[in-house]
Design a binder for this molecule. Structure first.
Ligand SMILES: NC(=O)c1ccc[n+]([C@@H]2O[C@H](COP(=O)([O-])OP(=O)(O)OC[C@H]3O[C@@H](n4cnc5c(N)ncnc54)[C@H](O)[C@@H]3O)[C@@H](O)[C@H]2O)c1
Length: 222
């Protein structure tokens, strides 16, 4: 298995273990990932904050492609949380009707996903991706809380499109464990993620994020 790390502005460079044939199906209109649904990263407890367009897609890919056994979804708006969970369900139903996934596989994916009422429920997470409204103060408040409630080893990632990772990381006592993971919309279709380090992001955090991204079947831009 070959692995490529792509740099948007420079040429592609090789890194260990990346599937070249993952380009097939890129921009496909279905959930045509090549993941086998069994988690090969160290992440066993994953969470997404924000049950909107991006958060639900990220949760689905984490549960379905990476096969992460526990995927929690948090949203401050209970209606958005319910709607998001329903949307995730409907994406799976659509793929069942198209014969792309069996009922058993879909049920297994769904069994991995749980709604969480608050950030305080994320006390066992290994990795969190924040995907809430694009607002620095809102994101900083979330990171401040995540820093307090999540285990010391947990990596806190943000799906921000434009905000400085360093500024978000400054809301925590663990800036070395904060990183940008910029997924593309729609996440279940676009097999691409841009990984952005902040000034303090450690190599270990970067490496673990690359490993997780690979397990999610994603091409990596950095
Ligand atoms: N939509 C895109 O095309 C796209 C692509 C790449 C990155 N992004 C980024 O992803 C993030 C989310 O975008 P989106 O399009 O999914 O937004 P969205 O509006 O669809 O969803 C945001 C969700 O966050 C929830 N939320 C807001 N404040 C919260 C809080 N304090 N705690 C918990 N939940 C909260 C909202 O209730 C909503 O459900 C943004 O940072 C955006 O810039 C978006």
């Amino acid at each position: 298995m070959k692995v490529y790390r792509l740099n948007v502005f420079k040429q592609a460079t090789k890194i260990p273990s990346f599937k070249v044939d993952q380009f097939s199906g890129f921009r496909s209109s279905s959930l045509a990932f090549s993941g086998n649904g069994s988690s090969n990263s160290a992440v066993k407890n994953f969470a997404v904050v924000g049950a909107g367009q991006m958060g639900i897609g990220i949760a689905l890919v984490a549960a379905r492609v990476a096969g992460i056994p526990s995927v929690q979804i948090v949203d401050s708006n209970p209606t958005a949380l319910d709607n998001g969970h329903r949307f995730l369900n409907s994406l799976l139903e659509k793929d069942i009707s198209k014969g792309k996934i069996s009922r058993e596989e879909a049920d297994l994916v769904l069994s991995r996903v749980r709604k969480a009422k608050s950030l305080e429920e994320l006390s066992k997470v290994d990795f969190v991706v924040e995907a809430v409204t694009e607002n620095l103060n809102v994101k900083r408040a979330i990171f401040e809380t995540l820093d307090k409630v999540s285990p010391p080893h947990a990596i806190l990632a943000t799906n921000t499109s434009s905000i400085s990772i360093t500024k978000i990381a400054a809301a925590t006592q663990r800036p070395e464990k904060v990183i940008g993971m910029h997924f593309m919309n729609p996440v279940p279709v676009m097999k691409l993620v841009e990984i952005i380090s902040g000034l303090a992001t450690s190599q270990e955090t970067l490496q673990k994020t690359l490993t997780l991204s690979q397990s999610m079947g994603l091409y990596i831009l950095s």
